[in-house]
Design a binder for this molecule. Sequence first.
Ligand code: CA
Length: 500
Amino acid sequence: MIKSYKTTNRRQFLKSLGLAATAFPFAVGCAFARRSFNARKKLRNVIFILSDDHRYDFMGFLNKPKFLETPNMDRMAREGAYIKNATVSTALCSPSRASILTGQFAHRHGVVDNNTRVPAGTRFFPQDLQKAGWQTAFMGKWHMGHASDEPRPGFNKWVSFKGQGVYSNPTFNVDGKQVKRQGHVSDLLTDYALDWLKNDREQDKPFFLYLSHKAVHAMFEPAQRHHGKYDDVKLEYPKSMANTEENYKGKPQWVKEQRNSWHGVDHMYHGQMDFDTFYRRYCETLLSVDESIGRVIKYLESNNLAEDTLVMYMGDNGFVFGEHGLIDKRHMYEESMRVPFLAWCPGMIKSGSVVEELIQNIDIAPTVMDIAGLKIPERMDGQPFLPVLQGKKIPWRDAAFYEYYWERNFPHTPTTHGVRTNRYKYIHYHGIWDIDELYDLKNDPDEMTNLIDSPEHQDLITQLNSRMFEWLEKSDGMLIPLRRDQGFRAIERNPEKIRK
Ligand SMILES: [Ca+2]
């Protein structure tokens, strides 16, 4: 019998996922984190900076691409923590954003595509912070549903726009009023954020600022000062980009088919942009996000706030630049599922920390709740990771779960569920006649050799399959969500590239 998550308590649920052998030490870990934090009585503010579609390895300090310079991200990593194995539970904008705000998997909060509004009654963790006396602000891209930019519950200050918004001269909804501004959206959002920090919040209360950038979502538009900066740099293409027999050996059929689609290199965005321009503009657009981080950190330092404010920088999902002939996100390959994640707070996080633990977007909400000294609600699926950032050994998950639901708008990527450990990734497809995948990430980080039929891996596949279904059963995930048809459909193929 499938036991409903609602009737399963949190401890049973975590235990069911095989977390930490038993859930008890995990609970001890949380209590310890809270004691540790309270004892310091220092950390009291959180700034969460989110970018859109920034892939995990495009940062200057990782030297990829070689020409890219992100001095402020580099500084966060150098002086704070670089969370190496950060992933999202769904690599798609709106589901991931809803997971960040609720601490829940997509099948639990219900936002499974980019068209769905958050169901009425959904609780966002800033509502709890506000109730506890925190000052809260949301600046930027909300993007759960396209129709409204109206203030959402949980924020003392609201600056947002409808759906994807625009890069240049945007109109914002500022606390319910439409305000037209001149300039680049990344700069303007940072201006709003700094203005709120300086002038608009109650200075004696702890604060939570959610700075949610539109950048670097397609169609990329760098700030004017960055446009063309990377026009002449040499681009390096991933080895798996070429349409060769070797590259597609053992791969599911849908991957090769997707080459010639909106999200494939043979017909990307139906020909609106060529690959090289696309790559250069993406990197240029990222520079304004990096500068935004720098301005926020500089403000904290000049106002004596650096010691008691945790700054986190994360991407809402990854981005594929030609790997396996694909672009964009949605699927479970590394470039799509992994995200950049940095944390900075001098005095609380040791400089140069590298975190190996599997941290996910669902962990942000419980972590901020924990920092605020609030009880982590039963409804949240994630775990608080502050002690992990501080290098403390606490019981932690040994597997991250993943889900993506097929969209009629972008029909080339199938419904996907999967499990990723630090070593292996198991990918399971639904509703398509194709093969599943298993990768050994240690020996094959580029996911080139599918081990799904390897005799010596069959026991592991059975185990991972079983863990995946246990997760879905225990968390009410055994139904495939269906939504009404709406919006654009990316169903064109490039006739010149159709396989004979
Ligand atoms: Ca996104």
